[in-house]
Design a protein around this ligand. Sequence first.
Ligand SMILES: NC(=O)c1ccc[n+]([C@@H]2O[C@H](COP(=O)([O-])OP(=O)(O)OC[C@H]3O[C@@H](n4cnc5c(N)ncnc54)[C@H](OP(=O)(O)O)[C@@H]3O)[C@@H](O)[C@H]2O)c1
Length: 324
Amino acid sequence: MRVVQVHQFGSPEVLRLEETEEPQAGHGQVVIEVQVAGVCFGDTLIRSGKYPLPLPWVPGLEVAGRVREVGPDGDRTLVGKLVVARTKNNRGGYAELSVVDATDVFPIPTGLDIQQAVGVFLSGQTAVGLIKAINITPGEVVLITAAAGSLGSQLIQQARAAGAGTVIGAAYGKKKLDMITQLGADVAIDYSKDDWVEQVRKATNGKGADLVLDGVGGTIGHQAFEATTRGSGRLGVYGFSSGAWAKIETRELAARSITIIAPLAIAFAKPAQETHINAETALAEAATGKLRAVIGPTYPLSRAADAHTAIEARQTTGKVLLIP
Ligand SMILES: NC(=O)c1ccc[n+]([C@@H]2O[C@H](COP(=O)([O-])OP(=O)(O)OC[C@H]3O[C@@H](n4cnc5c(N)ncnc54)[C@H](OP(=O)(O)O)[C@@H]3O)[C@@H](O)[C@H]2O)c1
């Protein structure tokens, strides 16, 4: 079967299309004929060597397709079903066949498009977990950075559903701002502009955002901190797609009296069963149209390197997919 394999970490060109043996399902496992594989921002971090995994490494955290085989004593009624699944140990998704634990397999609800299912799977599960961890009070002003990304686009919708009064999405460039507005944000702000924090203040009668969710970090993360309401605001940090966490000095915190929360760590600390429920929630909401994934560019397996290049160049919106 064809897989995208990495033998040494580095630039996107290390993603090579190769032939390997077809996998077989062991005890408690399932083999999926992959129709769609999600490309996650985290895949680019691992590939670059910042968070190395054992080599050779087949990237890919999430796949969807039909179940080809279940392991000995597995549930044979799964065979032939359309499912979406998390791969084992952050590996194995960029492939024609993927072996996953049966406990990480979710049936795709009837009527839900398979690309949508991947689009709302891990990002949707994460967004549901983050919003639960951060606890939005109805009517609050919520600011979301990287709002046109895979996770950001889910967070806009989840924040709205959780009762946010005003949702402000911030991102880079007009195309992304248009998308953020279409997803239901009240205000879309381009954070490549020097005055973007001022724009947040203007949109909130000078108050700033009650709650900020930041997955970018670096300078933008620090500016997001500045856009948080003094005295009562909360800044939830969950990522650093810019390459660095926001540097916030204790004296700045003390002066502004803002609470910093790590909602992803809170979500990750929950029992696996809750994470499972979060994924089911996202899939069910997508099936009823309450939640929608923005599907970004799609690529064949042979162009996995182009997918990573586009993510790293900030050219993508929503969920990037590989179609084996
Ligand atoms: N998706 C998940 O389930 C998940 C789970 C855990 C953690 N996270 C973390 O959440 C963050 C967002 O993940 P995602 O899946 O939404 O990724 P994504 O779709 O690739 O979005 C990342 C966004 O970061 C922004 N960005 C700013 N500076 C960047 C840079 N130097 N290089 C690349 N992107 C840059 C880009 O938006 P602009 O161009 O608009 O700035 C881009 O859309 C990441 O830090 C990721 O590690 C995600």
